[in-house]
Design a protein around this ligand. Structure first.
Ligand SMILES: Cc1cc2nc3c(=O)[nH]c(=O)nc-3n(C[C@H](O)[C@H](O)[C@H](O)COP(=O)(O)OP(=O)(O)OC[C@H]3O[C@@H](n4cnc5c(N)ncnc54)[C@H](O)[C@@H]3O)c2cc1C
Length: 383
């Protein structure tokens, strides 16, 4: 991926936003267990940052996916994982299917305000009984008159307590689990939608995560995104962008952890010398930085091919897998070199240790990524 002047300009804009509008508030939001998504998204929308790859007709900039990747990487300068994750849900996880397959009417009503930052969006795929196994979801949307009537519920929904609408995956018919699903826009203020609880988590604390219940929720049938029965396929396409986005977003946090660990290990003395002057320490940090650069190269290569029109399911899955694994390794090894300071709550590396753990779970676990990679390599045993 070749960075142009436009990419560099976007990078600077996002970095400035992170520095001025996010980082000064992160500690307060982490403590509160939530950040004010409407307020933050309005500011992002005003800067045109919520619709980089979305159609111009709905307020987007109509750019290719490399711009999303540049933004994801620059957002990694945020001093927590939760806020960038919620921004990524809005731009690259809950809205790509609507932008690509939604009717003009639906896009005007729901995509345009999401791009403007007037509405907060969540994506509802996972359920209490189905996470990795997306095909096993139980939520149903039954046709009645001109409506769909939804029953069931969703779990671990990012921004779920403050979202205005959900891009919801539901079963719209009986039959093959890969062909009976549809994506439906569900406004969260609709009667029968309840936020059952806000989940208490070990990390990503500035992002609210909710369990949502649907009890005879009526939405007009025109809220269907694209064609009925193609929801599983649309969601798999949406996952491809989500996974590239997630891997790109991990990079800066890893750079920062290594850099700050270098600074600390240089200033900290033990046995008459700086901690960093032990070969095991400086070699390990050099090795970690090498791995980060390798991940960056993989993300950029996958992005360049994706922009060129290729299916990058395999490379995006590899990038997501590597990002998850490397985040765990970098956070763990860096934390070790901070000694007792690394074990304190406020330490930046301890936050990466907690927040970064999600990278191997959310948006498809490491094992699911390995399954996809094996399938595409032709080495997955047939069921
Ligand atoms: C903070 C947070 C935010 C999230 N945000 C959202 C959101 O906004 N929207 C949404 O829809 N979902 C969201 N999720 C859900 C997330 O995508 C799921 O947690 C994830 O897909 C894993 O599903 P699961 O938790 O049900 O794990 P399970 O499917 O129960 O799997 C548990 C474990 O079993 C193992 N396993 C599973 N399958 C295999 C296999 N085939 N081979 C080997 N081992 C296997 C893995 O180790 C896996 O970690 C979020 C989750 C968290 C924690």
């Amino acid at each position: 991926m070749q960075l142009t002047q436009e990419h560099e300009e976007l990078k600077r804009t996002v970095e400035r936003f992170v520095e001025n509008e996010l980082n000064p508030h992160v500690d307060e939001w982490e403590e509160a267990g939530i950040f004010p998504a409407h307020e933050v998204f309005k500011k992002l929308g005003d800067l045109g940052l919520l619709g980089l790859t979305k159609p111009e007709a709905y307020g987007g900039a109509g750019l290719d996916y490399s711009y999303s990747v540049v933004m994801a990487e620059a957002l990694g300068n945020t001093r927590c994982g939760g806020v960038p994750m919620a921004i990524g849900v809005q731009t690259d996880m809950a809205t790509p299917a609507l932008a690509r397959f939604g009717s003009d009417e639906l896009r005007a009503e729901f995509l345009a305000p999401a791009i403007a930052g007037d509405q907060v969006v969540c994506v509802g795929v996972s359920e209490p009984g189905a996470g990795s196994d997306v095909a096993a979801i139980r939520t149903t949307a039954r046709k009645d008159g001109g409506d769909y009537v939804l029953n069931g519920g969703k779990l671990w929904i990012t921004s779920g307590t403050q979202a205005d609408w959900m891009c919801c995956l539901a079963n719209t018919s009986e039959g093959s689990p890969h062909k009976n699903k549809s994506l439906i826009v569900v406004p969260m203020k609709t009667r029968g939608v309840t936020v059952e609880r806000k989940l208490r988590k070990i990390g990503m604390n500035s992002s609210d995560t909710a369990q949502i219940h649907f009890d005879d929720v009526r939405v007009p049938q025109r809220h269907l995104i694209g064609q009925e029965g193609l929801g599983f396929m649309y969601q798999m396409l949406q996952f491809q962008e989500e996974r590239l986005w997630g891997a790109a977003n991990a990079l800066k946090g890893l750079d920062i952890a290594v850099r700050e660990t270098i600074d600390y290990a240089r200033s900290r003395k033990a046995f008459g010398k700086a901690v960093i002057d032990n070969q095991v320490v400086h070699f390990t940090l050099a090795e970690l930085q090498t791995e980060i650069e390798a991940l960056r190269a993989l993300v950029y290569r996958a992005t360049a091919l994706y922009v060129g029109g290729q299916d990058v399911t395999q490379l995006a899955s590899m990038a997501k897998l590597k990002a998850g694994r490397l985040t765990r390794e970098v956070a763990d090894k860096c934390l070790q070199y901070w000694g007792g300071m690394g074990f304190t709550w406020e330490n930046p590396v301890s936050r990466l240790y907690r927040d970064g753990r999600l990278a191997s779970i959310g948006g498809g676990t490491d094992e699911v990524m390995l399954g996809i990679i094996c399938k595409l390599m032709g080495i997955l045993p047939r069921a």
